[in-house]
Design a protein around this ligand. Sequence first.
Ligand SMILES: [Zn+2]
Length: 213
Amino acid sequence: MSLNDKSKASNSNNFRPSSHPETEEKLIIKNGWIQKTDHQLSDFFSPREPQDDISLLVIHNISLPAGSFGGNHITDLFLGKLNADAHPSFGDIAQMEVSAHCLIRRDGSIIQYVSFNNKAWHAGVSCFNDREKCNDFSIGIELEGSDDIPYEEAQYQQLSRLTASLQQHYPLITNENIVGHCDIAPIRKTDPGKAFNWSHFRQLLQQLIKNEK
Ligand SMILES: [Zn+2]
């Protein structure tokens, strides 16, 4: 299906992504893990206490090297296995201990690294509604992308499905509590960048929630 077909379909009331049978199923979350999804366990997490505090969703982007997609460098980084010699820009970041709960790749596939019930190390110095240390109470999702390159429709579809499941599971993540990294660390961070179409994402999310009812 072409992208045009997809965007047309997304405007209809009965939207289902028909070219990806695996995406038609609802994403099921059990014990903090998305079922039937690639799990790559990162050591870069800390326990969350209390668990019922999860009330914020932070959307990021990442690409390694910057602006190029594909390959396993992002997963290698989150697993602490990035080869510093693989690219000149990796020397500075290979030793960083960072992670996210999930990555949504360009084709819409998800890799989960950290249980939602634990803290991933994605937000850094950050503040939301006067509360600091957003890792404590947030879930971090990385989109494989960069600030200025349009995201793939498959990523919007998957992000909205994942968000809908997360909101069901963690009801304190209201629509107002879905933000970009740029919103909680505005001096340091710009992601997901101006290429991220918030209104498209929120429309897809509303449609999914409507279909649930
Ligand atoms: Zn970020």
